[in-house]
Design a protein around this ligand. Sequence first.
Ligand code: NAD
Length: 248
Amino acid sequence: MKLENKICVITGGAAGIGKKISQCFLQEGATVYIFDVNQSQGESAATELSFVYGKEKVFYKNVNVTDESQVEKTLDEIAAKHQSIDVLVNNAGITRDNLIMRMSLEDWKKVIDINLTGSFICSKSVIRHMIKKRSGKIINISSIVGIRGNAGQCNYSASKAGLIGLTKSLAREVASRNVMVNAIAPGYIETEMTGKLDEKIKEKLLISIPAGKLGSPEDVAMTALFLASKDSDYMTGAVLSLDGGMGI
Ligand code: NAD
């Protein structure tokens, strides 16, 4: 198993891609902590997964990634209990799409706050535990629109582009301590987030994807597993595109 005895924290793990990453890591022997703000969905995800992988392997923590003291306290408790935190997946994210003329400052700030500042807070809080152990992996879930931009998503694409900057800078800061920081840039993945898209927009979208289909949460989970495991030990500062060729 690729993650035996590894302690992994997955933000936004109550649903969609984060839940699939949690399941995939559990399958590979990890102990998983799901951080989310959707308590009922988070608790039921953890309960569902614990039936298969065991009660002592998966835990739900009601943690808002934008709350620095809550994040820090919870990560300190996990580190104290297990003597390490091996993997952090910064996956929590939201969209508040609109054309810039109609985008409120509130929606701009909200998206930057959760998608980018939340990842900064979680990374900052986990990094000293990883540096102390001279080992760790941080995986940031960015997006193809952080590379290419997208009309109607100035806030979201700026947050995801910022996440790529955070990935590369932090990778440079901590590589000598054997802490590796990488990002995944998914294209369009079939989740609740993309389920909200209008059918006509979806049709148009499919034409622009050489693979002719949306990705699945499992596609992202398998890439996250690669970045969390020994298989990628020499990789840092990378942004792995996972988009069916959309970004070519
Ligand atoms: P989702 O909405 O299904 O899941 C996101 C999770 O994050 C939810 O459980 C939500 O409760 C949680 N969350 C929101 N705010 C939070 C906060 N402040 N603190 C903690 N948790 C919080 O979304 P998804 O489609 O699974 O997307 C997961 C990640 O992948 C996001 O970062 C998203 O931007 C990125 N992504 C998704 C796609 C896609 O096509 N679905 C494509 C590229 C990137």
